[in-house]
Write a protein that binds this ligand. Structure first.
Ligand code: GLU
Length: 370
């Protein structure tokens, strides 16, 4: 199946080619492929590791220091250098790039999730290639619950944020094997894993990855997460020629983990599960037509009533004036704000509230029609 919205994760081992510095020819090859995909009209979000390695390259003389704080120093120094390198490589293709540094904590927070989603979707729409990494400077190793800790899990979360069709985890291993191919010449590449079970996990833990944080175990965790929110996942060797282009076309390479649910279904189910809804807005006939017939966003002008006490980022139900449940979505404004702006033109939002989260009460991207 050809893919259109792709999250491509580049591991440290790949972009350094196993050395202690960024490997420009490898990075340039990957960037060329991303550029060609963008030119084909596909959308790519890159999750790139390598900040810590790039920092080591800049602070070579003192890199023998150890410990989390120093790793964070390296990430801080290296992230700029990493982005500078991407900037130079993408500018050769006239492609604008953006940076998003995320933490698990940011995305567990409903407003943080919504902000990140809105930003990434807007970047995609503008044809900007966003390069994502974990914000290692604030993500603290010791507090596990706040840290992804590895870019495999982060890239699965990003795939969910942007409703990706495909997550490609590129490293220096061709996929999941029946045994560790570094040690066992009989090891066979597994082409497809329809269901991730205890046996898959065992195979993954047998395959040690000597570089990078993740290894195969975190790749399987990421595959579990992404396939359960409707994204296909492929683990493949980023050093293979034109790997991204070939995968995007539907060529069978690496190990495929097919999505377990339909993408729309997964978001819909999440939003429609009554538990998640925190309130309700009632909309007028004009808004009903805009939502149902024209696939538009819900603007404050169409809102006639607000019920419940909800915050920006909460899921709310949308009802028509006859009391029929017509849609639900993630609200850009809290209930207190909507009470103030309901019925008003979106231009008036900044004056009425003193702040502005955009023209829409619920953006189309964050809405499901029942
Ligand atoms: N965020 C780390 C870095 O940029 C990489 C984490 C990982 O490799 O999974 O160096």
């Amino acid at each position: 199946m050809p893919y259109n919205r792709i999250v491509a994760k580049f591991g440290t081992g790949l972009i350094t080619s196993g050395t202690d510095h960024l490997d420009l020819p490898t990075m340039s090859g990957l960037v060329n492929q991303v550029a060609r995909l963008q030119y084909q009209g596909k959308k790519v979000i890159v999750v790139s590791s390598g900040a810590v390695a790039a920092g080591g390259q800049r602070l070579r003389e003192i890199k023998e220091r150890k410990g989390t704080p120093f790793k964070q120093v390296l990430a801080s120094v290296g992230q700029g250098y990493l982005m500078h390198t991407y900037e130079q490589l993408f500018s050769q293709h006239d492609i604008t790039i953006a940076q998003a540094l995320l933490t698990k904590e940011d995305l567990s927070d409903r407003a943080g999730y919504l902000n990140a989603r809105n930003t990434l979707l807007a970047l995609i729409e503008l044809g900007v290639v966003c390069i994502v990494n974990e914000n290692d400077v604030v993500a603290i190793d010791e507090i596990e619950q706040f840290k992804f800790g590895d870019n495999d899990n982060l890239s699965a979360m990003v795939s969910n944020l942007v409703d990706a069709d495909l997550l490609v985890l590129l490293s220096d291993i061709s996929g999941l094997y029946t045994a560790d191919p570094h040690y066992n010449p009989e090891a066979q590449l597994i082409r497809r894993v329809d269901k991730i079970d205890a046996e898959t996990e065992r195979l993954a833990s047998d395959t040690a990855n000597r570089r990078g944080i993740g290894g195969m175990t975190t790749k399987i965790e990421a595959a579990r997460l992404a396939t359960s929110s409707g994204t296909d996942v492929i683990i493949a060797d980023g050093r293979e020629p034109d790997i991204l282009l070939r995968i995007a076309k539907g060529e069978s390479l690496g190990t495929l983990f097919p999505a377990q649910v339909n993408k729309m279904e997964s978001r819909k189910r999440w939003m429609l599960s009554g538990l998640a809804s925190k309130g309700k807005v009632v909309v007028d006939e004009g808004a009903m037509v805009a939502l149902k017939k024209q696939s538009k966003s819900l603007l404050p002008a169409g809102v006639v009533e607000v019920n419940g006490n909800f915050q920006r980022g909460d899921i709310v139900d949308i009802f028509d004036k006859q009391g029929k449940h017509v849609a639900c979505g993630i609200s850009n404004y809290g209930s207190i704000d909507i009470l103030v702006i309901k019925g008003a033109h979106s231009d008036k939002i900044p004056a009425l509230l003193g702040h502005d989260y955009g023209d829409e009460v619920i953006h189309r991207n964050n809405m499901v029609i029942v």
